[in-house]
Design a protein around this ligand. Structure first.
Ligand code: ATP
Ligand code: MG
Length: 324
């Protein structure tokens, strides 16, 4: 689906190549972390996948197209299959949430009927239903990134590129965004994410491609960040794989539900249960809300633990379940 064949990239006016002989292949449906120090070439890789840059040597093949041979006229059509999110969100400041997401579809000439269906679906998927009329400055950073993600996926791209998507967010919000990307990947979208966040990379146990000075030094299935000593971590204690991801998702959904519950005393009954909207085509149901048997403080989320009223428990275990 994405293939780098001995790719090198030299930017004009620089002596040292940004990428040297980078060679990898990413299959459909994979979740791949691109890691490495600042300046190691992560963004350069993503820009080449998006055909914002072309390789100086070697070939970049994405969705069956050799990108060097792709004419400028065809680039916009090619990019319809690829969503992208960035550290700085890149929302249109004077447009509402709805308009920001709809804009992608308007640009490619989607019908009004399609837009009025697809935009609410994308916003519901990222957890922003009801905030359609807000302007970006009326949203938190995490919410702004959710809008950017909704915009990136509203056209159901086959590939989602994320360049430091959590770089401007606090740890708890970052985990939230991370779970959203994992869910999008679970729905079949190939995700390639450049990050410095060692905690995520270690927790998620997905494929890791590491760059160092433009050279690929590691390509590991289910790897961690490597030497994390110099990097910020979200998880001081090692946690394991998909079970940890599922538990964190449950925690965050529970947290969101608590935050959205009106403060007035109210005993819910069955009639309060909101009718669930049908999931968008191809979407799996959200993970059910369960109280997870998990050391939240150990995951770097003591604040979440406090809000949920999940204090220390005698039967608590640092283990979160089997690695899948
Ligand atoms: N447009 C450009 N012109 C010249 N040099 C560039 C250009 N873009 C990137 N570079 C150089 O290429 C190298 C790789 O940069 P790149 O942005 O890909 O790194 P990165 O891994 O994304 O870093 P960071 O973690 O800081 O975002 C760096 O040495 C950078 O200075
Ligand atoms: Mg970068």
């Amino acid at each position: 689906m994405i293939r780098f064949e001995h790719v090198s990239k030299r930017y004009r006016g620089t002596s040292k190549p940004a990428l040297s002989d980078v060679d990898f292949e990413i299959q459909r449906g994979e979740f791949v972390f691109l890691v490495g120090a600042s300046g190691s070439g992560k963004s350069s890789c993503l820009r080449m996948i998006l055909r914002e840059d072309v390789a100086s040597d070697g070939r970049v093949v994405v969705l069956g197209r050799d990108l060097r041979g792709l004419s400028t006229r065809k680039v916009p059509y090619f990019r319809r299959h690829i969503g992208a999110v960035f550290q700085d969100f890149r929302l249109l400041p004077n447009k509402t949430v709805f308009q920001n997401v709809a804009f992608t579809l308007q640009v490619i000439g989607s019908s009004r009927a399609f837009i009025s269906q697809a935009v609410p679906e994308a916003l519901a998927l990222v957890g922003l239903a009801g905030k359609e009329k807000r302007l970006p400055h009326e949203l938190s950073g995490g919410e702004q990134q959710r809008v950017a993600i909704a915009r990136a996926i509203v056209n159901r791209p086959q590939v989602l590129l994320a360049d430091e998507p959590t770089g401007n967010l606090d740890p708890a919000t970052s985990v939230d965004i991370m779970q959203l990307l994992a869910r999008i990947n679970a729905n079949g979208t190939t995700v390639v994410m450049a990050t410095h966040e060692a905690g995520f990379v270690d927790q998620m146990q997905r494929r890791v491609i590491e760059l160092s000075g433009g050279v690929m030094v590691r390509d590991e299935v289910g790897g961690g960040y490597g030497d994390t000593s110099a990097l910020p971590s979200l998880a001081p204690e090692p946690v394991r794989g998909a079970a940890a991801v599922a538990a964190l998702t449950a925690v965050l959904e529970l947290q969101r539900e608590i935050a959205e519950t009106p403060p007035a005393a109210h005993v819910p009954d069955e009639s309060d249960a909101p009718a669930e909207p049908p999931p968008p085509v191809g979407e799996t149901r959200a993970i059910p809300i369960v109280a997870p048997d998990i050391d939240l403080a150990g995951l770097g989320l003591p604040d979440v633990a406090r809000k949920l009223g999940l204090g220390d428990r005698d039967d608590r275990s640092d283990e979160v379940g089997p690695t899948s």
